[in-house]
Write a protein that binds this ligand. Structure first.
Ligand code: 2AL
Length: 164
C-alpha cells in the first residue's frame, strides 16, 4: 500500500489495513485519526507511541491473532502471511521444535497466555533463550515485555504494509 493511498483511504479501509498489524482498536483509531502523514517514517514514529499503556484486556485481544512460535498458520489472511514471514528464519529442526513446544507449554501454564516474541531476525536458539529467561519474570514484568514485543511486531508489520 502506498502512503498516499493510506492517507486518503476511508476510515474503515484504513482501519482494516492497520488492524492486522496489531488488533488494539485504540491504537488503530489514533493512527487513523492522525492522518495525513508526510512520510512512512512519520507514520511509524507516530505509531511507536500511539495509545500508550496497553491494558491486559487489550493485550489478550491482540494475542488471539498470534500463533505460537513454531506453529506457522496455514490460512491466507494478512495476519497469517505476516506471521509466516516473521517466523521464516526460525529453524525448527525436530529438536528445537520439541524444545519450543515444551517451553511454550511451560510459559502458558505459568502466565495463562501464548508466549509472544518478535520473531523476525531471531533464531530458534535466541527465542528459546529468551523464553527461558522470561519464565523467571513476575506476571507484572511479563505483561510489560509482552506489550513491548507486540508493539515491535506491529511496527515491523506497519513498515511492511507501507513499503512502496
Ligand atoms: C509471533 C508471530 O506470529 N510473529 C512474531 O513475530 N511472533 N508469534 C509469537 N507467538 O511470538
Amino acid at each position: 500500500m502506498h502512503l498516499n493511498d493510506f492517507n486518503s483511504a476511508s476510515p474503515s479501509a484504513a482501519t482494516a489495513a492497520l488492524t492486522p498489524c496489531v488488533d488494539v482498536p485504540r491504537w488503530v483509531e489514533e493512527i487513523v485519526a492522525a492522518r495525513s502523514f508526510a512520510s512512512t517514517a512519520d507514520l511509524v514514529s507516530f505509531a511507536a507511541t500511539a495509545a500508550p499503556g496497553w491494558t491486559e484486556a487489550e493485550l489478550d485481544r491482540a494475542l488471539q491473532h498470534h500463533p505460537r512460535i513454531g506453529e506457522r498458520p496455514a490460512g491466507s489472511s494478512p495476519e497469517a502471511d505476516m506471521s509466516r514471514r516473521e517466523q521464516s528464519g526460525v529453524d525448527t529442526s525436530a529438536d528445537t521444535a520439541e524444545q519450543l513446544l515444551a517451553g511454550n507449554r511451560e510459559y502458558e501454564d505459568r502466565f495463562g497466555r501464548v508466549f509472544l516474541i518478535r520473531a523476525a531476525g531471531r533464531s530458534a536458539e535466541e527465542i528459546l533463550t529468551s523464553l527461558r529467561l522470561r519464565l523467571k519474570n513476575t506476571p507484572d514484568q511479563e505483561l510489560h515485555v509482552v506489550a513491548e514485543q507486540l508493539r515491535e511486531i506491529a511496527l515491523i508489520r506497519l513498515e511492511g504494509l507501507l513499503r512502496p
